[in-house]
Design a protein around this ligand. Structure first.
Ligand code: ADP
Ligand code: MG
Length: 255
């Protein structure tokens, strides 16, 4: 059965989508069958992998409200072994539509169960919120990767996220683990960047991934080409960092 990993942090702009796309692509390059779920109505993973969200007819939204089967939504990508379930702006409405459903926190888990056997890893790119869709993602997942930007206020909101994780572990998903805290957009030349790394490592110790993601222009420009950085420039520092993260996670999984 594939491992399901949510990429979540309610703070925007910390590198969730960049991580979801590039970690998924790196796992696929390592020949793990990988599915990435775009669970953000902004649909940045969908467009970053070369699909126009406005043209998507069947998204994770239709699956969660019972209007489509997940198999109808899966699309292939430029990278072998990498598949995508796209998002659509309609996902915004799903939170309201689902309010009266029974087991409304468990819709994504039910949807992913159908294909979990067919993949080694399923990664979920979450929206910058702790709303119902993110709660669904965390309820469906075996673990969570928390990207933290090496910037001012890096730790802001992390307490609230950890608190939400504890509540979900108690009430909805006792198996949810923290895969790790991922330091992103690290700039070796900046004192601040180094201070944040030190602070996070001191505070969270072995919860922090060994791999640190550098600030790298190939990572920020590859979505405009509709491909992950590893396709855009396989030798770039950003691509190599995500490959190293994929190995770090896969090595633990295989042990
Ligand atoms: P989130 O999904 O958490 O909102 P994104 O992954 O979309 O964050 O990242 C926010 C912005 O920062 C995007 O423009 C993205 O291209 C850029 N970015 C993310 N990670 C890096 C990085 N390591 N190096 C350079 N730019 C990055
Ligand atoms: Mg995003």
């Amino acid at each position: 059965m594939g491992k399901i990993i949510a990429i979540a942090n309610q703070k925007g702009g910390v590198g969730k989508t960049t991580t979801a796309m590039n970690l998924a692509a790196s796992m696929a390059v390592l020949e793990y069958k990988t599915l990435v779920i775009d669970a953000d109505p902004q649909a940045n993973t969908t467009s970053g992998l070369g699909h126009n969200p406005r043209e998507i007819e069947k998204s994770i939204y239709e699956c969660m409200v019972g209007k489509a089967d997940i198999r109808e939504c899966i699309i292939e990508s430029e990278v072998s072994f990498l598949h995508l379930v796209p998002s659509h702006i309609n996902l915004v409405g799903a939170e309201v539509e689902m309010v009266n459903l029974s087991n409304r926190e468990e819709k994504m888990r039910e949807v992913l169960k159908e294909v979990q056997d067919e993949y080694d890893f399923i990664l979920i790119d979450c929206a910058p919120s702790l709303g119902l869709i993110t709660v669904n993602a965390l309820t469906a997942s075996n673990s969570i990767v928390i990207p933290v930007q090496c910037e001012y206020f890096a730790l802001e909101g992390l307490g609230k996220l950890l608190n939400t994780i504890t509540i979900i572990q108690k009430r909805l998903n006792s198996k949810l683990e923290i895969e790790g805290i991922l330091l992103t957009m690290y700039d070796v030349r900046l004192r601040l960047s180094n201070q944040v790394v030190e602070e996070v490592q001191t505070h969270f110790k072995n919860m922090v991934f060994d791999t640190i993601i550098p600030r790298n222009v190939k990572l920020s420009e590859s979505p405009s080409f509709g491909v992950p950085a590893i396709v855009h420039d396989a030798e770039s520092k950003g691509s190599l960092a995500y490959l190293s993260l994929a190995k770090e996670i896969a090595d633990r999984y295989n042990k």
